[in-house]
Design a protein around this ligand. Structure first.
Ligand code: AHG
Ligand code: MN
Ligand code: MN
Length: 336
């Protein structure tokens, strides 16, 4: 825990000083994201009350329709960012097409891609969920942003962040100058710096995968998993412990702090994998790489993949570099 109390606002502004050419727009954008995160956090903590206050999808006592949390989060992020003049275009898991800013507002120079609520199957059972956001510079030069602005390689990201709504709410972000984590102090409504300069621990602790899909895995993924468990005959190693939540943000966050690997491989039922490249895999891969880790689709760096469509899926292996590289080795050896 650092001695000084540093709010996320102050931290973002101080980070901006590392880039003398910066105009402050990205800083303001990150601060907008932090504000949206606080509002979503307020709703997630009330999620258990829907039974009392009205079920999602039903009409509440005021005659208003209650929104599902993922739709609420989606609308909140879009509403908070439509009129600021900072974004040209957005893309969301919840929207089929790109979201251009309304004509009455000025289009900005940035692009945001996001998964508004990650881990939705965990909402009803009070288990950690999250939000993931990637921010790019626009490629187009004027007018409303385009699909091409959204389909950029992860390498081009200007910033990435995620928010985890867990025992406490945390926001973790990078602009390419270290990865920094903030914990929401609900009593004052501020995100305070709690995890400066996060680095993936050298010694990994956990592996995280849905073992329920094991029967559909390729020989390479099966053998890699046996290696993680210390069961590979050729290269016996100390087994890692298994942990799996089923929210990418939460599985990634735990392993970022404790060391390990989170993977959602391609399998016989899902040959493209399950997770979405643009707004799940890429932002997490970018944060992970800036914390000293590595992310792959099993063959190459996630950040080097050119996205071809908004909702494209990808296999994902993310965490300590040597574990992810080992996954690539097993896959290239066994999955010809
Ligand atoms: P989302 O809730 O945004 O649709 O994402 C769910 C994803 C991801 O968060 C998680 O890693 C994965 O689904 C869990 O899938 P399984 O239930 O198949 O393990
Ligand atoms: Mn998701
Ligand atoms: Mn989602």
């Amino acid at each position: 825990m650092p001695d000084k109390i540093i709010t996320i606002e102050r931290h973002i502004v101080e980070q901006q000083r590392a880039y003398p050419e910066a105009t402050g727009v990205l800083s303001s954008l990150l601060y907008d994201v932090a504000l949206a995160a606080k509002i979503i956090a307020r709703e997630t903590t009330r999620a258990g009350l829907v039974e009392i206050l009205g079920l999602a999808g039903k009409i509440n006592v005021q005659g208003e329709e209650q929104m599902k949390l993922d739709i609420f989060a989606n609308e909140m992020i879009i509403r908070m960012n439509s009129y600021t003049g900072r974004l040209a275009v957005m893309a969301s898991e919840e929207m089929e097409n790109i979201i251009t800013v309304p004509e009455e507002y000025e289009a900005g120079k940035y692009v945001a891609v996001f998964d508004p609520l990650d881990g939705s199957s965990n909402i009803d059972v009070n288990v950690s969920i999250g939000t993931i956001i990637g921010i790019y510079h626009r490629l187009s030069t004027k007018g409303p942003g385009t699909l091409e602005d959204c389909l950029q390689k992860g390498r081009q990201l200007a910033a990435a962040c995620y928010v985890i709504y867990g025992a406490s709410t945390m926001m973790v972000y990078t602009t390419g100058n270290g990865v920094h984590g903030f914990t929401l102090d609900c009593s004052i409504g501020e995100f305070l710096l709690s995890h400066p300069n996060i680095r993936v621990p050298a010694k990994p602790k956990y592996y995280s995968v849905n073992h329920g899909h094991e029967q559909n895995w390729s020989p390479g993924v099966k053998q890699f998993t046996r290696w993680l468990q210390g069961l590979d005959q050729e290269t016996a190693r100390k087994p890692l412990s298994s942990r799996y939540i089923g929210s990418s943000v939460a599985d990634f966050h735990r392993n970022l702090l404790k060391g390990g690997i989170f993977y959602y491989p391609a399998d016989a039922k899902r040959p493209q994998g399950k997770l979405r490249l643009l707004y799940e895999a890429i932002p997490l891969a970018f944060i992970n790489e800036h914390a000293g880790g590595y992310a792959s689709d099993g063959h190459c760096n996630i950040l080097d993949i050119q996205p071809e469509s908004l909702h494209q899926r990808t296999p994902l292996f993310v965490g300590n570099r040597e574990l992810v590289e080992q996954a690539e080795k097993f896959i290239s050896r066994y999955d010809k």
